[in-house]
Design a protein around this ligand. Structure first.
Ligand code: LMR
Length: 335
């Protein structure tokens, strides 16, 4: 009798166990796919707005199937860590500046070459060209897939002294993104570049660890850099744009229907970000002007030519790494 009771108890235990596994599996099957989107800028910037629009559209169109979590302002991962997190599968979407891919491909350095693109339209044309599109796929060996380019805008120089000509920048310490080209760009005007993550820039400027920086208006205003920079020179000397990237294995492992719906949404979000980025930067510029914190300096043709002469020799140093075919394609797009 006792052995019968034991047997029955064992059987019901086994049934319970099987049921809980079944429950776990079915609960798991019903769990939404979570996409963590981490970035380093404010919600109000082109990238910040793009991330939020992506979340909104995914949750409208794939309710219960995909959940998007957005982490702005380096709140989950900052520069230097976000790429590692993507490769480890800790986040699924990031959109680093094109200046931050040096470890994975040298070709994207083309975007950092000073005075290569005359405006954001030229940048856009290059990104949509065959060469531009092929760069999205250039890191798949590293498990990184580019899903699109997002604009921020052209960069402006800022400092705690007026910058009219390259000579004015001599000896100043400029914060740069993690890019060897940008490092050389400031060395070319005999300034001292210092690579620093985005989250540290405000404090760096405030405490004098660095005296100057280069940013699009949207980043200047949303990070309050204007409060610690008395002068902003409207130099438009280079671009700060992004590549939206995912972990290749993660992306290819998604169910086909989900992946194609996400791609459709991303196409719409990309079009929206890229059409709105100019207006957001103009709005930020106006807000900086209205705040009265900084003097805005416009360059005369002659002054601008001096910056071009001083910085353009940097191209030659990177021509082999980038490839002259890529540089020429970028130049062609700007014609
Ligand atoms: C920077 O580090 O200055 C930018 O790349 C930040 C950003 O994502 O716009």
């Amino acid at each position: 009798m006792i052995s019968f009771i034991r047997k029955a108890a064992k059987t019901s235990q086994a049934m319970l166990c099987a049921a809980s596994i079944l429950f776990a599996v079915s609960a798991h099957a019903a769990d939404p796919i979570v996409i963590k989107f981490s970035h380093v800028v404010a919600d109000s910037t082109p990238k910040g707005q793009g991330a939020l629009l992506f979340k909104k559209l995914v949750e409208e169109r794939l309710p219960g199937k995909v959940e998007v979590q957005v982490y702005p302002n380096s709140s989950l991962y900052g520069d230097g860590k976000e790429m590692e997190a993507l490769l480890l599968g800790d986040v699924q979407l990031i959109a680093p500046s094109l200046a931050k891919f040096g470890q994975y491909t040298k070709k994207l350095q083309v975007f950092d070459l000073p005075f290569l693109f005359k405006d954001i339209n030229a940048v856009d044309k290059f990104q949509q060209s065959d060469t531009g599109k092929s760069l999205l796929k250039s890191m798949e060996n590293n498990n990184i897939t580019g899903l699109g380019y997002w604009h921020n805008g052209m960069k402006q120089l800022s400092a705690n002294k007026p910058l009219h000509v390259p000579r004015d920048a001599r000896g100043l310490k400029f914060r740069v993104q993690a890019s060897d080209v940008l490092d050389e760009q400031f060395k070319a005007v005999r300034a001292n570049p210092r690579k620093m993550s985005f989250a540290e820039v405000y404090q760096g400027l405030q405490t004098g660890v660095v005296n100057g920086a280069e940013n699009p208006w949207s980043n200047i205003y949303s990070q309050k850099f204007n409060e610690v920079q008395k002068y902003i020179t409207e130099s438009n000397h280079g671009v700060l744009d992004y590549m939206l990237i995912t972990n290749t294995e993660f992306w290819n492992g998604l169910p086909d229907d989900i992946r194609s719906q996400l791609e459709q949404i991303l196409e719409e979000v990309t079009a929206h970000v890229n059409s709105e980025a100019g207006a957001l930067n103009q709005k930020a510029k106006q807000a900086v002007i209205d705040s009265g914190t900084s003097e805005i300096i416009s360059l005369s043709d002659d002054e601008r030519a001096q910056w071009v002469d001083a910085m353009k020799p940097v191209w030659a140093k990177f021509e082999d790494e980038i490839g002259s075919d890529v540089i020429n394609a970028a130049l062609d797009a700007g014609k």
